[in-house]
Design a protein around this ligand. Structure first.
Ligand code: ADP
Length: 228
């Protein structure tokens, strides 16, 4: 395809509404390709848990299902991008989410001679997303994601990955906040699809299938954008 950088995927963006499976797929891509998953949601939740000034400012906004300000998100992202491990390449999960963030990312990458390799839009149905988000849990030990209905551990109450028995549920994973988050996605993040289409790096994937089906679709995209 014309205009596409045929290099090792260095910067993959996963775009999609809450519940589309960005986090699950990012973790799988991280394992398969040695890329680093970079989730601004995880970074913000860590800041909230640590009680940093950014975390204190973000907490109520996140619980209301709205977007944290670009200033806070960009500061947190830049700090993480400066760490040496990200040189292996990154999967951005939940970032960028606004036009300002996308422009800032383009500038940040350009400063080190990089650009977005592919922005992959996970296409899903809104109502199914509310159901998915409402049943989510995460292993408190290793962070593996589960769902009450769609992805239970092989042994009830025991994490498949690390054997942990404690599971967490996010404060914003309820039906009401999920609808707010969907609205924020449609209003502020979905327009980025056009930004990446214009840059010639947009890929789309039907994300209504099973986790494995979506993973194999993503593999095909990664193979295509990495082809010499
Ligand atoms: P999801 O993709 O399921 O909505 P995330 O973990 O990515 O979950 O985000 C959770 C919350 O963190 C968002 O609703 C928002 O308040 C905040 N957040 C995460 N990433 C960003 C971002 N890039 N810009 C603004 N707010 C963000």
């Amino acid at each position: 395809m014309q205009g596409r950088a045929k290099t090792t995927p260095a910067v993959l963006i996963l775009l999609g509404p809450p519940g589309a499976g960005k986090g699950t797929q990012a973790r799988m891509l991280e394992e398969r390709y040695g890329l680093i998953q970079l989730s601004t949601g995880d970074l913000l939740r860590a800041a909230v848990a640590a009680g940093t000034p950014a975390g204190k400012a973000a907490k109520a906004v996140m619980e209301a299902g709205q977007l944290v300000s670009d200033d806070i998100v960009l500061a947190i992202l830049k700090e993480r991008m400066a760490a040496p491990d990200v040189k292996a390449g990154v999967i951005l999960d939940g970032f960028p989410r606004t036009d300002g963030q996308a422009t800032a990312l383009d500038g940040l990458l350009a400063a080190s001679g990089q650009k977005v390799t592919a922005a992959i839009s996970l296409e899903v149905d809104d109502e199914a997303m509310v159901a998915r988000v409402s049943g989510r849990t995460t292993c408190a030990g290793c962070g593996e994601g589960y769902h009450d209905e769609f992805k239970r551990p092989a042994t009830a109450g025991v994490c498949d990955k690390c054997g942990g028995t404690e599971f967490k549920r996010r404060a914003d994973d309820n039906a009401e906040t999920a609808r707010e988050r969907l609205k924020a996605y449609h209003d502020q993040t979905a327009p980025l699809i056009a930004h990446y289409a214009k840059a010639g790096v947009l890929e789309t994937i039907d994300a209504m299938g099973s986790i494995d089906e979506i993973a194999s679709g993503l593999d095909q995209i990664v193979a295509r954008v990495s082809a010499p």
